[in-house]
Design a protein around this ligand. Structure first.
Ligand code: G6P
Length: 462
């Protein structure tokens, strides 16, 4: 058997990988490297030390790269048939499991678990099996494999059967649903998800709250955790990277452009999100409208800078939500705007340098998700903001566990309460704002990505 083992000592598996490809007009392939916690975590080890990232080919460019045998050291892209991937990713992962964990269903009419769902579930199983088989093939004897997120809940159990010698971990980047919500899933499916994850030696969550919810689901539905260990690792922002990157020339340029859009001497309320149903962007805008309506003293003196970058646009609900965000922003500008003042500056084209520019200018950061695994924006803005910022933070974001004490905390459904919180945040004096922001930055960078990853690796190895 030993001869059939692979070479990788540390493996990561996730739907979205660290690199994506684009076919240029001349037919050449252009690689684009992504950011994020996992990328910096895994680069702390690197391919030379036997680290391998198994991920999915996500578009035509990625598929073409696989077909041409183009790739990066330390990354293996799986070219699962496009229809199977679409069912697994759009159908099950993003329309069912994401909705369950973020409690997004309009329950009088959704969800409907019918024959179409069963058909898509079979694709989800096939998709998970493709990952389990690739990991089994690539892993050296006794290697460690850490599987990421709700796309790949069945992989630990499948991999355990193929390769009992491995140390297997799984990490959830989302919240975990409370039992009463989770058991909306058909019983056999709920059980399959839990047992699939319990195939791991160790399961990681971003906060104690999500870990406890998972444990409660296991106790209620499959008789407990078995031998699986649970760990909490609150991923933090990467202070060194952010401080350096936010002072590069492209960020300075975008700051100048943003300043011109905002106008002289005005306060800024900044938010940066994927245009994601769980981020609560519309209620954030409604709260801002209520602030302008109820406290006219802020008119002309404040601008809401909202970056809402496109996400999951294959799904109609996401397209509709994006349209609603635009509509409400336009309404506010039509209602309150003047010749020299645009109350909402909304940008939807993804631009990391511009996000950092907005962070630097932020007086108030608005992070009001209806539910969020962690929310790194809440941790990043205090690190980057030039003058320090006041954080308005939803108690439903995982980050609340670490940052709640120094933030202005809101119930994300309470639009009037959020309007009041914005007023309170805008009214904090410069000295106190700087102090609070410093404490937020310290708490939010306590566990930088590389340490977050190595901590899990150590726990799995011991
Ligand atoms: C969340 C998930 C990630 C996912 C990301 C972006 O943070 O936990 O697994 O990659 O959203 O979503 P997308 O569907 O674009 O990969």
């Amino acid at each position: 058997m030993a001869s059939s083992f692979g070479a990788a000592q540390v493996l990561v598996a996730s739907n979205r990988g660290p690199v994506s490809y684009e076919v240029r007009q001349d037919g050449s392939l252009h690689a684009k490297r992504g950011g994020g916690g996992l990328v910096s975590g895994l680069s702390a080890i690197g391919p030379d030390a036997g680290a391998l990232w198994v991920c999915s080919a996500l578009g035509d460019g990625d598929r073409e790269a696989v077909r041409r045998g183009v790739g990066e050291d330390g990354v293996r892209m799986l070219d699962v048939p496009a229809d199977v991937h679409a069912d697994a990713y759009n159908g099950i992962a993003n329309s069912v499991l994401w909705f369950v964990h973020h409690m997004l269903y309009q329950t009088p009419v959704e969800p409907v678990f019918d024959g179409e769902f069963r058909r898509q579930w079979a694709s989800y199983e096939a998709y998970n099996r493709a990952f389990a088989e690739a990991l089994a093939e690539e892993a050296a004897e006794g290697a460690v494999a850490i599987v990421q997120d709700y796309h790949l809940t069945l992989v630990p159990g499948m991999l355990r059967e193929l390769r009992p010698d491995l140390r297997i971990g799984h990490f959830s980047h989302t919240p975990w649903a409370p039992v009463d919500y989770f058991r909306m899933l058909p019983d056999d499916i709920a059980e399959q998800v839990l047992r699939g994850m319990l195939g791991a030696d160790r399961l990681g969550f971003l906060t104690r709250r999500w870990a406890d919810a998972f444990t409660a689901c296991c106790e209620a539905l499959v008789g407990g955790l078995g031998g699986t260990e649970i760990g909490v690792h609150g991923l933090g922002a990467d202070a060194d990277f952010l401080r350096k990157r936010s002072h590069e020339a492209d960020v300075d340029e975008r700051m100048a452009a943003l300043r011109a859009e905002i106008g002289e001497g005005r306060r800024t309320i900044v938010r940066v999100d994927r245009t994601e149903l769980s981020k609560n962007i519309v209620r954030g805008l409604l709260a801002y409208r209520e602030l302008l309506a109820g406290r006219p003293e802020w008119r002309e003196r404040v601008v809401h800078v909202a970056f809402a970058y496109p996400s999951r646009q294959d799904l109609a609900v996401y397209r509709d939500y994006t349209a609603e965000v635009r509509r409400v922003a336009q309404e506010i500008n039509a209602e309150f705007g003047t010749a020299g003042w645009t109350p909402v500056v909304l940008h939807v084209k993804d631009d990391f340098a511009r996000s950092l520019a907005a962070y630097r200018l932020a007086d108030v950061a608005l992070v009001n998700p209806i539910r969020d695994g962690m929310n790194l924006v809440a941790k990043e803005v205090p690190v980057v903001s030039d003058e320090g910022c006041v954080l308005v933070l939803s108690r439903e974001a995982g980050a609340y566990e670490e940052l709640g004490e120094d933030a202005v905390v809101v119930n994300p459904y309470d639009v009037s309460g959020t309007a009041e919180a914005l007023h309170e945040a805008l009214s904090v004096g410069a000295g106190e704002r700087a102090e609070r922001s410093k404490r937020l930055a310290a708490a939010g960078t306590a566990l930088p990505p590389a340490r977050w990853f190595l901590e899990q690796l150590d726990a799995l190895r011991s």
